[in-house]
Design a protein around this ligand. Structure first.
Ligand code: ZN
Length: 444
């Protein structure tokens, strides 16, 4: 083991450090030599940023996170062998999968201990809008790639939740209420995110008329939810109910094998779309062009219908102080509240007001507030939060839910972890929703 890797290991919580070079041991103690897991990769002669870039281009699943202790990589046994073959030091930090009780796998609309499938979310959206026509209205805003190919697939659904009065919940930007939108699971393997939207929907509907704060919010604001932005990807993830598939991208069949298939929808927007984000089998492949994917087209068209465009096209021209609305795209993991821009470290023209909202979110969820590359190892050109701010002037944020390690860490936390994520993030959602009436009080 290299000295650097040894030092890094000492900084990790003891319970999370596994054997550095032996096979990972699954929780419960059974050897699981082929199980995928999280690793920190270090090199004696390359800086972490350079190494991250090299590994990403070589097709490794380089994760979004700080590089203080090495490059975080999700790897199976074959990938670990390839990393070692390159002369790199490879430190195991934890398993991808948590154990799932068989008793929690009975509902066909759920997987991995309770997470809802795409079909489960669709049934929920339909049930809520049918049972509460005065509070919720369901829309189809686009199609998944498989659906456009006539190969199954899904509609992209959006739910509008408010105390519905004349003119509310229409696909126009002329309604009288400001609009707050939460979108989740654009990256299919980020399991916690769709589940938080599921709870957000139920919390709003069940609290109307009993919780004065929620009642006031629903009387004054349209609360839109896109629970599953990438339903084809979620179908792939949920195809194994005890060991979900780590699919990030959509299901666009581009000849790549395994999770290499697809386009990264959070690099596919038409704002600062960047051809250099990855080649077609890499995890951040941005597609053949800006908004090439039907999911992106549906989501952008929808958002452009319900929000007024209050920002000049130039990147560093400010949005108007008359702007209303707010938007959060929920991802996992890393415990971050991210505000624009994500394609550059230069400050957005509405930086102070954007940051104020992100700080309000952080007072609730205690995550770190960042922008630009934010001390992470990557910029994110072509992401939805930059698009909605840069294109329309609407304040757009990313929340990265959950820690990087432990039983609630990573992409596939135990389902019970949703309780703590919900307690932390409900007040962050509410703070942002309340900012939608007047997000730019200072205008800079
Ligand atoms: Zn993500």
């Amino acid at each position: 083991m290299a000295v650097g890797a040894a030092a890094a290991a000492l900084l990790l919580p003891p319970a999370l450090t596994g054997p550095a070079s032996a096979a990972p041991v699954a929780p419960g103690g059974s050897a699981a030599a082929t199980d995928p897991g999280y690793y920190l990769v270090t090199s004696t002669d390359r800086q972490p940023g350079v190494l991250a870039n090299t590994l990403e281009r070589a097709g490794f699943d380089v994760l979004e996170g700080p590089l203080d202790h090495g490059v975080p990589v999700l790897a199976d046994a074959a990938a670990v062998a390839r990393l070692k073959h390159r002369g790199l030091s490879v430190q195991y930090t934890g398993p991808l999968y948590q154990p799932v009780s068989p008793s929690l796998l009975a509902d066909p609309n759920t997987y991995y201990g309770g997470y809802h499938t795409s079909a489960g979310h669709e049934a929920h959206n339909k049930q809520v809008s049918t049972a509460h026509p005065d509070l919720a209205k369901l829309f189809t805003i686009g199609q998944s790639w498989l659906k456009t190919q006539g190969r199954g697939g899904h509609d992209i659904q959006a739910l509008c939740i408010t105390k519905i009065q004349q003119g509310d919940c229409e696909l126009t930007n002329t309604g009288r209420k400001p609009k707050f939108t939460i979108m989740s699971q654009m990256h299919a393997r980020e399991l916690a995110t769709g589940e938080l939207s599921y709870r957000w929907i139920d919390h709003l509907i069940n609290s109307y008329g009993t919780d004065s704060g929620i009642t006031a919010l629903m009387n004054s604001t349209e609360l839109w939810v896109i629970p599953i932005a990438n339903p084809d990807g979620v179908d792939i993830v949920a195809s194994n109910s005890t060991r979900p598939v780590a699919q990030r991208k959509n299901a666009h069949d581009n000849g790549c094998t395994g999770t290499g298939r697809g386009v990264d929808l959070n690099r596919n927007s038409s704002y600062h779309w960047d051809v250099n984000q990855g080649t077609k089998c890499t995890e951040t492949y941005p597609g053949t062009g800006a908004a090439s994917e039907p999911e992106t087209q549906g989501i952008q068209n929808f958002l452009a219908k319900i929000y007024k465009d209050t920002k000049p096209a130039a990147d560093f021209s400010a949005a108007s102080t008359s702007t209303t609305g707010a938007f959060i795209t929920v991802h996992s993991y890393s415990q971050l509240d991210i505000y624009p821009y994500g394609w550059t470290n230069q400050l957005a023209p509405n930086n102070n007001d954007l940051r104020t909202i992100a700080v309000a979110m952080a007072q609730a969820n205690h995550y770190d507030v960042v922008h630009g590359d934010g001390g992470l190892n990557y910029f994110a050109p072509g992401a939805t939060d930059d698009w909605i701010y840069g294109q329309l002037g609407v304040p757009g944020f990313t929340i990265e839910v959950g820690p990087g390690s432990g039983s609630c860490g990573g992409f596939f936390p135990a389902y019970s972890c949703i309780n703590s994520f919900w307690q932390l993030n409900l007040p962050a959602y509410l703070a942002t929703a309340r900012a939608a009436a007047a997000p730019y009080p200072t205008g800079h």
